[in-house]
Design a protein around this ligand. Sequence first.
Ligand SMILES: N[C@@H](CCC(=O)N[C@@H](CS)C(=O)NCC(=O)O)C(=O)O
Length: 203
Amino acid sequence: MKLIGSYTSPFVRKISVILLEKSITFEFINESPWADESHVPQYNPLGKGPALVTGPDEIWYDSHIIAAYLEQLDIAPTLIPREKLAALKVQQLEALADGIGDAAVLLRLEQMRPLERQMESQLSRQREKIQRGLDALEKEAAQGTVLNSGRINVADIATACLIGFITFRHILPNWNVQRPALVKLTEKMFERDSFARTVPPAS
Ligand SMILES: N[C@@H](CCC(=O)N[C@@H](CS)C(=O)NCC(=O)O)C(=O)O
């Protein structure tokens, strides 16, 4: 298997963590989707990482789909429950964490524009999504039924990858204020070997 993407992407990290948790051997192809000569569009018409190559004519893209594909290989540990409704609950929180990641990427792109061309409305729109999303994740983590349940799942992984990205890119320096359950969950996840091995490089 080949995983295409960059070490700094939270979506790519999510897939690396899942592969490591399941002890699936893979080759990491480090490709920035933002580079002029990027090969990522050859794997995903949307030009986004991650993509997972599983055979000569088989490529999976969008981290949510890749996570679901890896789950159906039936390799322990189970990261998406077998029962359909329980699976959707986990996957909805995975989608929430990923959606906050989308907002964080958009915020960062806007912030990279020259100051006089940045749109305040766009900055605050994305910040609001991030704050609301983190509040929802905090509530779930405090409840501990789907997120932070004690049995690791893809929502826990996606959430910790998101928090790692927010911290690494200084997206929201005070994300942890009044979010103790998220802090606890993230600290617990960062202790795992799969997270220690996928820390984004300083750049
Ligand atoms: N929903 C997608 C989002 C992937 C995504 O946005 N990846 C970013 C890297 S952080 C990317 O490749 N962006 C390049 C672009 O938007 O052109 C997923 O979960 O795989």
